[in-house]
Design a protein around this ligand. Structure first.
Ligand SMILES: [Zn+2]
Length: 285
């Protein structure tokens, strides 16, 4: 019995709970203080708000409404912009996040109430990393993922639709053909479904994962009345991450190289790395 099976017996939501890499607290609709998102530029640094640089704009009609006798802080309508900076000194990339604000009602004591300012981000110049693509994921796939990560904030349906581009980019990188011969012996384009069927012959398990993702992309490329919820989209991203791990198997490659190294040394430990002495530089005269 593997670790996954053990988890199934111990958890109430078995299939979803054994490996969650996305920090869902970072991808809520609103925040009282902005979280330490992971920078998608260097993929390691944390992006923090640069203090003293927050801009908030309230239009006059919202300010004027304060005169109304029934006015409540949740009538306030504002837009904000904040500068984030990656804390990794080698990166230090900036990103501007903007959106709207709201006032959240907070119960201080049984009789005392207060309102807390909430930020609702809807756009980033550099969107935070939602998950890190496994080593070996080609740039074409990372590019499509990044577009989906951007859209996550403004349009969940469009972000879900981008998943189909991710699938297409994987298929192309996996050298799955784009065309086939029709019954009339004419060369015709293969759609995503057809390409996944081609891939199935080579890698059936991985193709099954891509097929699931393709359906998500399909369903969200048509006009729908209902937007995908953020939570649902994060589930899709998790499936996407899992599919990439299964396809590019970064861990398997690493372990294969390690096994090969042990075999080469017949199990002996790796020799200690020799320190290279730097040759003294010739002094300029
Ligand atoms: Zn960075």
């Amino acid at each position: 019995m593997g670790a996954m099976d053990n988890d199934i017996s111990e958890n109430t939501q078995p299939s979803e709970s054994w490996r969650m890499t996305i920090n869902r607290d970072h991808f809520k609709k609103s925040f009282s203080s902005l979280p330490g998102w992971i920078c998608s530029e260097c993929q390691t640094g944390t992006m923090r708000e640069v203090e003293g640089q927050r801009l908030v704009h309230e239009p006059p009609w919202s300010r004027d409404a304060r005169d109304h006798e029934a006015w409540d802080p949740d009538w306030i309508s504002e837009d904000f912009a904040v500068i984030l900076e990656c804390q990794n000194p080698d990166c230090a990339k900036g990103s501007v996040v903007s959106g709207t604000t709201s006032q959240q009602y907070v119960q201080l004591t049984a009789t005392e109430l207060d309102y807390e300012l909430m930020l609702h981000p809807s756009n980033f110049t550099i969107a935070p990393l939602i998950f890190k693509a496994p080593n070996g994921t080609p740039d074409t796939v990372i590019y499509e993922l990044d577009r989906a990560f951007h859209l996550f904030w403004s349009d969940t349906t469009a972000a879900a639709n981008k998943i189909r581009n991710v699938v297409e980019a994987v298929l192309t990188q996996q050298k799955v053909k784009r065309t086939t011969l029709s019954k009339k012996n004419r060369r015709v384009r293969l759609n995503t479904h057809g390409r996944i069927k081609e891939y199935e012959a080579k890698k059936p398990e991985q193709a099954e994962l891509l097929m699931g993702l393709k359906w998500v992309g399909n369903a969200n490329s048509h006009v729908t009345t209902e937007d995908v919820s953020r939570d649902e989209l994060l589930n899709v991203f998790e499936l996407c991450e899992h599919a990439l791990v299964e396809i590019y198997k970064p861990h398997a490659k690493q372990m294969k190289a390690r096994a090969a190294a042990y075999t080469k040394r017949k199990g002996r430990p790796a020799p200690a790395k020799k320190r290279r002495r730097r040759r003294p530089r010739h002094k300029l005269t």
